[in-house]
Design a protein around this ligand. Structure first.
Ligand SMILES: CC(C)(COP(=O)(O)OP(=O)(O)OC[C@H]1O[C@@H](n2cnc3c(N)ncnc32)[C@H](O)[C@@H]1OP(=O)(O)O)[C@@H](O)C(=O)NCCC(=O)NCCS
Length: 194
């Protein structure tokens, strides 16, 4: 059976849409999918990373309303929490559901300059291995703030193959392997020029 040009076009557009994400600022309207993704994460470190308020903030998260949590992320662009630098957090949304989180730190403090870098990201467990991390990073690097910073430090655990590939396919140039501290393994450091 021939599907014709119009049919083919519709299939191509729908396939394209299926794998398309957009980066949006945090908003309460995404609470259900954000929390569903949180609940399916399997490790504490992933859950802490998903919430993105640090280990101390992670405990506070459970005692605040979702609207207050969203506001904490949003105001971090101008008024970060103690010991944090200003940053911009985006949620990656596909079909109106949150599938990832990516954050851009506007500057580096001593810890970030060595271990943390400018950018942190995580993809929801059931949405991994579909190219979303690379897509999120590519879109973040195209934002005015990333271009303004110009030279961005990205780091990953020595054995985090998926994150390393995400960085290198977005132009990351390996700089060095450093110790993350006693018992914390090694970090690979990369630079991306935008
Ligand atoms: C790292 C992470 C963000 C990757 O997200 P993802 O959306 O699954 O990554 P992608 O689908 O874009 O895959 C990127 C590459 O890694 C590969 N990859 C993905 N998962 C992998 C795995 N578990 N083992 C080996 N390779 C893997 C993919 O095949 C792809 O390779 P390619 O570019 O050669 O095709 C995700 O695994 C995650 O959220 N991990 C926990 C948090 C984390 O580690 N964040 C990064 C901190 S530096």
């Amino acid at each position: 059976m021939s599907i014709g040009i119009k049919g083919r076009l519709a299939i191509e557009i729908s396939m394209d849409k299926k794998n398309t994400i957009e980066l949006v600022k945090p908003h309460s309207r995404y609470q259900a999918s954000f929390m569903a993704a949180f609940n399916e994460l399997t490790t504490d470190s992933d859950r802490i990373s998903w919430i993105y308020m640090g280990e101390a903030g992670y405990k506070v998260f459970f005692n605040m309303s979702f609207a207050d949590y969203v506001n904490t992320l949003l105001i971090s662009e101008s008024t970060p929490s103690a010991h944090f630098v200003k940053d911009t957090t985006y949620w990656a949304v596909k079909d109106d559901e949150v599938v990832g989180r990516i954050s851009l730190r506007h500057e580096l403090n001593e810890f970030l300059a060595k271990i943390g870098g400018h950018i942190g990201y995580i993809v929801a467990q059931s949405h991994r291995q579909q190219g979303f991390a690379g897509d999120m990073l590519q879109r973040l690097l195209a934002t005015p703030k990333a271009k303004d910073i110009g030279k961005l430090l990205l780091t990953c655990d020595e054995n985090n193959v998926a994150s390393e590939k995400t960085i290198t396919k977005n132009g990351g140039i390996f700089e060095s392997l450093i110790s993350a501290g006693p018992g914390k393994g090694n970090k690979k450091r990369f630079w991306i020029n935008v």
